[in-house]
Design a protein around this ligand. Structure first.
Ligand code: 4AD
Ligand code: MG
Length: 477
């Protein structure tokens, strides 16, 4: 059966006067005549006008919010306000009923918290439809961006024997019988009996493997799921999230920053150029939400203006050491408003990042050259011996959106780093060999995909930008 999407019916003017068949879900049904029909192809509904005489009463009773229907009829210019065209229906089928006593999504405002509990249905709402169409658009734009720049996508393993970030917060992968774990002489788990003959986990990052790829194919990127078993129940952390990790040979930290900035600006521009219907809806939604908030919590710029701002302005670039100086001279520091004192040598806290990005610079900030002590082993040691060639990009309202670095390409320095981080060389022998054979300057970064989607949708909880979020004590659906 040939069907037309709501988006096609609303936008292809040559369809006016033509007979079309549209399948979708009823959003509302008024005056026993007007169905607002949505099929997910666009934020907009199409109005399907059913003539009472032509349809039997029993069938009419089943046109409830949430029901799946198929309508056939002529596309005509609309008489009513608010839409250009509508469907004059002459054939009508109920495909799947939705009992109004039970269907949870009624045509009224539901809270995001309520909808999180109904994640199997929430994609049928305007807000989540818009969010997940934008999520798709960003995914597509990312592949297109790298493809056009000569990068190759690399599929790195999801099950891994290494811990790239050294964070130690990994999900164990095992086929051992948990009620009867084989023990070795030291009474520790005998991992040689496990499926892979060694300890394995879900990956926290594809970076180490991406580096191997970059040192052969020049420019590569990964785009895959990553897993972190950190017990942080925040609005910015997931236990399963998607990360994009480009890695480039013969590129230093500055090249890396330039790529990251251009990439983020391109993605914001892509959304503005291709997703305006959904952006306008989310923009209006945010403005309405803001009105309910105290002045101080409202957005200074609305969603669309924030995207435009990012495309139009260079990001601020400062070193970690400069960031600490700015913080030490700040009002909240002098008035003892920070919960944690900013101090050279300790990691920046969220409150510090927010001050720098939202109060001091009021724009995206790239912070580089962090102390080696709290950064990963693979980051390149700077000449000062204290800092590494790292860079984080912080966005207003989001915090860290990108983390990356120039990589340590000197074999002797890298071996020292492994020692200092207690990483046995035999665990990463393959990584070390790339420094032995044809090593070169190279750099890369990781973009948290959900944090990007938060930025382009204005959603403030990361659980609302991934269809089925995984977080501590939360793996429903
Ligand atoms: O800063 P991270 O930990 O860096 C890495 O994993 C490097 N291997 C990347 C690289 O250089 N190739 O993570 C990168 C980004 C963060 O900036 C953040 O946007 C996101 O991944 N991220 C998370 N997003 C959601 N939930 C979490 N638990 C996240 N942890 C990191
Ligand atoms: Mg980071």
């Amino acid at each position: 059966m040939k069907t037309t999407t709501v988006k096609e019916a609303l936008t292809i003017s040559s369809l006016i006067g033509e007979k079309v068949t549209i399948c979708g879900w009823v959003r509302t049904f008024r005056s026993n005549r007007f169905i607002a029909l949505n099929d997910g192809s666009t934020i907009y509904n199409i109005q399907a006008v059913v003539e009472f005489e032509e349809i039997e009463e029993a069938k009419l009773k089943k046109i409830n919010t949430g029901a799946a229907v198929q309508v056939s009829g002529t596309v005509v210019e609309s008489q009513g306000k608010g839409q250009k065209v509508e469907i004059q229906v002459n054939e009508f089928e109920i495909l799947g009923e939705a009992n109004p006593e039970e269907y949870p999504l009624q045509p009224k405002k539901h809270s995001l918290e309520f909808l999180r509990e109904k994640a199997h249905l929430r994609m049928r709402t305007n807000t989540f439809g818009a969010v997940f169409r934008l999520r798709h658009a960003m995914s597509f734009a990312i592949h297109q961006y790298f493809h056009n720049k000569g990068f190759y996508q690399m599929h790195t393993p999801i099950i891994t024997g290494s811990d790239a970030e050294g964070a130690g917060e990994m999900f164990r992968v095992t086929t051992l019988d948990l009620d009867n774990i084989p023990k070795g002489e030291d009474n520790k788990t005998d991992t040689s009996k496990d499926f892979f003959g060694k300890e394995t986990n879900l990956t926290v990052s594809g970076q180490l493997e991406a580096e191997l790829g970059a040192l052969a194919l020049g420019k590569v990127y990964t785009f895959g799921p990553t897993f972190r078993a950190e017990n942080s129940n925040t609005t910015r952390h997931l236990a399963e999230f998607w990360m994009i990790e480009p890695e480039v040979a013969f590129a230093d930290l500055i090249d890396n920053m330039n790529l990251a900035e251009d990439f983020l600006q391109h993605l914001a521009q892509y959304a503005l150029d291709n997703c305006m219907d959904d952006l306008e809806f989310l923009n209006e939604r945010e403005i309405a939400e803001d009105k309910l908030k105290p002045q101080i919590e409202r957005n200074e710029l609305n969603l669309i203006d924030r995207l435009k701002f990012v495309t139009a302005n260079n990001f601020e670039r400062i070193t970690y050491t400069e960031a600490i100086k700015i913080l030490e001279n700040s009002k909240p520091y002098k008035k003892k408003k920070f919960n944690y004192l900013p101090e050279w040598g300790s990691d920046l806290q969220t409150e510090h990042e927010r001050y720098l990005v939202e109060k001091h610079f009021k724009k995206p900030v790239v912070i580089s050259d962090y102390p080696a002590s709290f950064k990963a082993f693979y980051m390149r040691q700077n000449e000062d011996g204290k800092t590494v060639a790292a860079m984080d990009i912080l966005f207003p309202g989001i915090g860290e959106i990108i983390g990356g670095s120039q990589r340590e390409e000197r074999l002797d320095v890298l071996k020292e780093k492994c020692k200092a981080f207690n990483i046995p060389e035999e665990h990463v022998w393959w990584y070390l060999e790339t420094r032995k054979f044809g090593t070169c300057v190279h750099s890369g970064f990781g973009l948290g995909f959900e944090r990007l989607v938060m930025f382009v949708t204005g959603m403030t909880n990361i659980r609302d930008v991934i269809p089925f979020p995984r977080a501590p004590k939360n793996a429903e659906f």
